[in-house]
Design a protein around this ligand. Structure first.
Ligand SMILES: Nc1ncnc2c1ncn2[C@@H]1O[C@H](COP(=O)(O)OP(=O)(O)OP(=O)(O)O)[C@@H](O)[C@H]1O
Ligand SMILES: [Mg+2]
Length: 275
């Protein structure tokens, strides 16, 4: 497992920038080695909403082809901001986002969709006044001719959506809506899917369904980056996990190693992890 702080290579040494407090002691060597052949990588991302206030403070992340990675961390750590920044919804102030070796830093969302990135936001992720089918049509608006083919693909993953395709999304349960949101993002045939807390607000049974679907989507060949509040369950299914704290990586390792690490348990998983 990698603990981010206390290592020899410093950001200030590499970039020549003025060192600012803790940001100066991040060992990036494991990230740099692992990210070499990554499908998508973020390097030293700084981003935020209000001028002069960074929410991301040098976050590094990579995902290899076919991997499912999990991002956990306390409320307000910047997890959603990280996904939004990758997807061009929050401006990158410094650092890079790279997809298949090409910079996608600060590209807008529609350009990212064209390049094969899909995003399911944490909230407001369906059009409630539209039917399930219309939601999926919205998902496929950039390639309407592919609608039938993609509809069949998502219907296999989510059979209930096909049966109820004429139902308005606003009348669905939270779990069903989450399925619509995931299906909508899959309509664009993404090679990388960003999922922001897909299990939030769901009953334990429905949460489990969401994790199973995420795994199925991943097994169907989609690379997945998943932010999750159900940290323990997330670490069970992900190939690798990141703990984000105050906008930068606190720990990163395999899901299993993270969920067994006493420090991670104490600081981020609490008693849940020992259950
Ligand atoms: N649109 C916004 N404008 C200003 N500040 C924002 C905005 N969105 C988020 N923030 C701030 O950025 C910080 C990180 O928020 P973010 O939503 O990324 O956290 P998170 O790790 O996803 O938390 P949670 O687990 O609660 O979803 C918070 O302090 C939040 O108040
Ligand atoms: Mg969030």
């Amino acid at each position: 497992m990698t603990e981010a702080a206390g290592a020899p290579t410093t950001r200030a040494e590499e970039t020549g920038e003025a060192a600012t407090s803790e940001a100066a002691v991040i060992d990036r060597s494991e990230h740099l080695a692992g990210a070499e052949n990554a499908v998508l990588r973020c390097d030293e991302l700084f981003a935020g909403y209000i001028p002069g206030v960074n929410i991301l403070n040098g976050a590094d992340l990579y995902v290899g082809e076919g991997e499912l990675i999990g991002i956990i961390g306390p409320n307000g750590a910047g997890k959603s901001t990280l996904l939004k920044t990758i997807f061009g919804l929050v401006n990158v102030r410094s650092g890079t986002v790279t997809l298949n070796g090409e910079s996608i830093t600060n590209l807008k969302a529609h350009a990212l969709v064209e390049r094969g990135v899909g995003f399911v936001p944490q909230t407001n992720n369906v059009f409630p006044s539209l039917t399930i089918e219309e939601n999926l049509e919205m998902g496929a608006f950039q390639a309407p001719k592919k609608f039938r083919e993609r509809f069949e693909f998502v219907a296999e993953l989510f059979p209930a959506l096909k049966e109820r395709r004429k139902q308005r999304a606003g009348s669905l349960s939270g779990g069903e809506r989450q399925m619509v949101a995931m299906a909508r993002a899959l309509m664009t045939e993404p090679s990388v899917l960003l999922l922001d807390e897909p299990s939030a607000g769901l009953s334990p049974k429905l949460q489990d369904q969401v994790f199973i679907r995420a795994q199925q989507i991943n097994k169907a060949g989609v690379t997945v980056i998943m932010v999750e509040q159900n940290a323990r369950r997330c670490l069970q299914i992900c190939d690798r996990g990141y703990v984000l704290d105050q906008g930068r990586n606190a720990y990163t390792a395999s899901g299993r190693d993270l969920s067994n690490d006493p420090k991670v348990i104490e600081l981020y998983l609490g008693t849940l992890a020992r259950a």
